[in-house]
Structures are given as C-alpha cells and as structure tokens.
Design a protein around this ligand. Structure first.
Ligand SMILES: Cc1cc2nc3c(=O)[nH]c(=O)nc-3n(C[C@H](O)[C@H](O)[C@H](O)COP(=O)(O)OP(=O)(O)OC[C@H]3O[C@@H](n4cnc5c(N)ncnc54)[C@H](O)[C@@H]3O)c2cc1C
Length: 380
C-alpha cells in the first residue's frame, strides 16, 4: 500500500520531536517523524541540557528564555517531566570582556529576562566556593539550571503521539524527492512516502539530505568531550557555571558529580562519523579536570569517573538554520544548532511549525535564521 502523510519530519532529536508535537497539536494534518535509529539517539542523547539565556543575539536570548520557562513547567505544558533542576547559572567573564558581557546582560534584561550583573562582593553571597582572582564580571541567572535531554525527549515523543503524530524509528531517509520546485515525497529504507511538506531536522546529516535539492547548509561536525567528575563531598546547591575564562562549563549531576565540558563551540575534533560513540581524548579530559579544580579549589581531590563525546553540528556563524527554504516549496529546515540547541528546542518547535501552519510565533522571527544566508554570503 502507498504510504502517504501531510508532513514528514526527518529526525527524532529534541528538534524534530518539538516541531512534530507543535504541528500535531495544531491539527496540521498527518505528521510522521522518521529516525534512522530512535528517539533522542543523536546529539540530543549526549546533551548536557543546560538552560541559560546569556546570548548576544537578542532573538536567541528570547528563544532560550522561552525554553527555560517551558522546561521548568513541562508537566503542565507537555504532560510529563523534563528533569528540570533550578540551580541558577553563573557566567564568569574575564577583565578584558567585562564591558561587552555587562552590555549583553543589560540588553537581555530589557527583554524581560532575569539576568543580573554581580559586583565582586555580591558574587561571594551567591557562590563562595569558587576562585575569583581572574574574574572581571559575573552574570547571575537565578532562574536557570538544567534539564535531562532524554527525559524531556521521551515526554515530547509521548505528547506528539498523543496529539496524533506517528514516530517511525529504524527508518533511514535516503533522499527527498521534488518536482518543479516543490517537495513531493521522500525515499527511505521503508520505501516511498508521498508527502507535501518535509522538515529536515537531522543534525549534521541535514547537510547531505539538502544538497541534492540545491540547498547549501555548511555544517562542520565537531566532537565534544564531556568529563564526569566525582567530587569528594556533596554539593546540594551548586549552580551551573559557564567559565569563559578557563574555557569550561560545569553542570551539577546528582549531589556529588559534575559534567564538565569545553566552553568553545569549535574546540574539538572534526568528526563526520557522528553516529559512533567514541571515547574522549585523555589530553582533553586532563584539561577539563584542571579547569574544574582551578575554579573549585576546595575540590582538589575530585576525580574523573567516566567520559563520553557527542557531536555539535556547527554553522559558520554558530547560529541555527531555521524555517522555510526559499525556492523549494514545502521544504523546511531546523539544523545547525552548533552545540547549544537543546534550550532552544521549545521555541524552534513553535517557530518552525508556525512557518508551516501560518501561525507566526511571538518568540522571535525565524527569517533571522534563514538557511539561504550562507549562500548569499558566499556570493559576495
Ligand atoms: C556533548 C553535548 C553537550 C551539549 N550540551 C548542551 C547544553 O548544555 N545545552 C544546550 O542547549 N544544548 C546542548 N547541546 C546541543 C544540543 O544537544 C543539540 O543542539 C540538540 O540536541 C540538537 O538536536 P537535533 O534534534 O537537532 O539533533 P539530533 O539530536 O542529532 O537529532 C537528529 C536525528 O536525525 C536522525 N537522522 C539523521 N539522518 C537521518 C536520516 N537520513 N534518516 C532518518 N533519520 C536521520 C538521527 O538519528 C538523529 O536522531 C549539547 C550537545 C552535545 C553533543
């Protein structure tokens, strides 16, 4: 029997699931999510799921703030847990960057986001245990924290199914078919599917799916190591720390562990075998542990418990590619999240689905993230 749907979403990571849920609950038609492996098995599986809002781009700050509000009230909004923990987020900047960081904090505060600039004395009241001699500025986000990407994705998948979406796992999309400038279907390992709208939310693999349609999305797959560090004692109220000075972030995990990752989005090995689980390099782990101990001097006896790596799908400007693709009717993209997409996924779901149903989102405009910007730039 011929398979037919109205909208196919390629990829069941946090983005594909969020988009599908928004589409299905808006009654956009028959929605199918297709994933070559399973729900949350790509970058989403390894996400540290940190929710913070300090972005220079105001659209991203608004999207992150929306994500924070959604994940902190996920039971009421999506009908299940997100694993949210409100730990607060401390962003530490050096003396050189202090003026620019203060400016960003003031700008996002003007958007209604709870971002506070702390002076040296006030910082001590929030977190007295860190070293501070090298710090030029501290931003405190009291409402931020982290979620669990796998828990939130499972909730989203259930919510999407309950709203009528179908999720097909173990099915690989081979190509998107089109005629006369419009999408007509997809070909996958399960055969042909006739469909009028396709959303490509396939992480780094989005690039290869879009290329035959003449759409250039330059993505670099960058493999990021995460060190899981066990501390000597417990840390019941440790905040998430974004340490721009020492180049690492620390996220509490349970009461006696931290996930420690690199701060720089492009710091890491270029690696196209994104589906393979690979161990972190010993040198990378050593430097992460060193940065952690330097910031938390009382944790001199902390030790490495385990490690893993995950892949960032980085665009040249480290901002995502979102929304309809001009020139190919029925084709939409949600990719290139460059290592900071989890927190944006509730907003991306609303914005990309709205671009299909015609309901414009008030969070931010998707055309700011138009995929065609890369081609236009390369023509200059
Ligand atoms: C180590 C690490 C830590 C991170 N920490 C944070 C953080 O703290 N905060 C934050 O906001 N973000 C973080 N991120 C980034 C965030 O996790 C990602 O931006 C987000 O998960 C991307 O989701 P996605 O749905 O776009 O991609 P993915 O989760 O990669 O999903 C894409 C899916 O597409 C499927 N697919 C690919 N090709 C095909 C095909 N041909 N046919 C069918 N299916 C296909 C894949 O199987 C995959 O499941 C982190 C990422 C990593 C790797």
């Amino acid at each position: 029997m011929k398979r037919v749907a109205d909208i196919a979403v390629i990829g069941a990571g946090c983005m594909g699931l969020s988009i599908a849920w928004h589409l299905a609950r808006a009654g956009a038609g028959r929605v199918i999510v297709i994933d070559q492996r399973g729900v949350a098995t790509g970058a989403t599986a390894n996400s540290s799921a940190i929710l913070r809002t300090h972005y220079e781009n105001p659209a991203l700050a608004s999207m992150a703030w929306h994500g924070l509000k959604v994940f902190s009230d996920f039971e009421a909004i999506a009908g299940g847990p997100s694993g949210f923990r409100k730990t607060g987020f401390l962003f530490l900047g050096g003396k050189k960057d202090a003026a620019a960081i203060r400016k960003t904090s003031r700008a996002i505060r003007a958007l209604g986001i709870n971002s506070v600039i702390l002076e040296a004395g006030e910082f001590h009241h929030i977190e007295a245990r860190t070293s501070r001699d090298d710090i030029g500025v501290v931003i405190w986000e009291p409402e931020s924290g982290h979620a669990s990407a796998s828990v939130a994705s499972a909730t989203l998948a259930d919510a999407a199914r309950r709203s009528g979406a179908q999720i097909s796992t173990g099915e690989t999309v081979i190509s998107i078919t089109g005629r006369k400038g419009r999408v007509t279907g997809i070909e996958s390992t399960a055969g042909k599917l006739a469909v009028g709208t396709v959303v490509v939310a396939a992480g780094f693999r989005s690039m290869g799916l879009l290329e035959p349609l003449g759409v250039k999305l330059p993505l670099t797959p960058v493999r990021h190591p995460i060190a899981v560090v066990t501390t000597a004692g417990s840390h019941p109220v440790a905040p998430v720390v974004g340490d721009r000075i020492l180049g690492a972030y620390h996220r509490p995990e349970g009461s006696n562990q931290f996930l420690v990752g690199r701060y720089g989005f492009m710091d890491g090995d270029r690696d196209e075998s994104v589906e393979e689980a690979k161990p972190a390099r010993a040198t990378a782990l050593e430097s992460l542990l060193k940065a952690f101990k330097a910031r938390w001097p009382y944790e001199a006896n902390a030790r490495l418990a385990r490690s893993y790596t995950g892949v960032y799908d980085c665009t040249p400007d480290l901002e995502p590619a979102l929304g309809p693709v001009a020139g190919v009717d029925g084709l939409h993209v949600a990719a290139g999240f460059s290592g900071h997409g989890f927190k944006l996924s509730p907003a991306v779901g609303e914005m990309v689905a709205g671009g299909i149903t015609g309901d414009s989102s008030r969070i931010a405009r998707a055309d700011r993230f138009d995929v065609r910007r890369f081609e236009l730039r390369s023509l200059k």
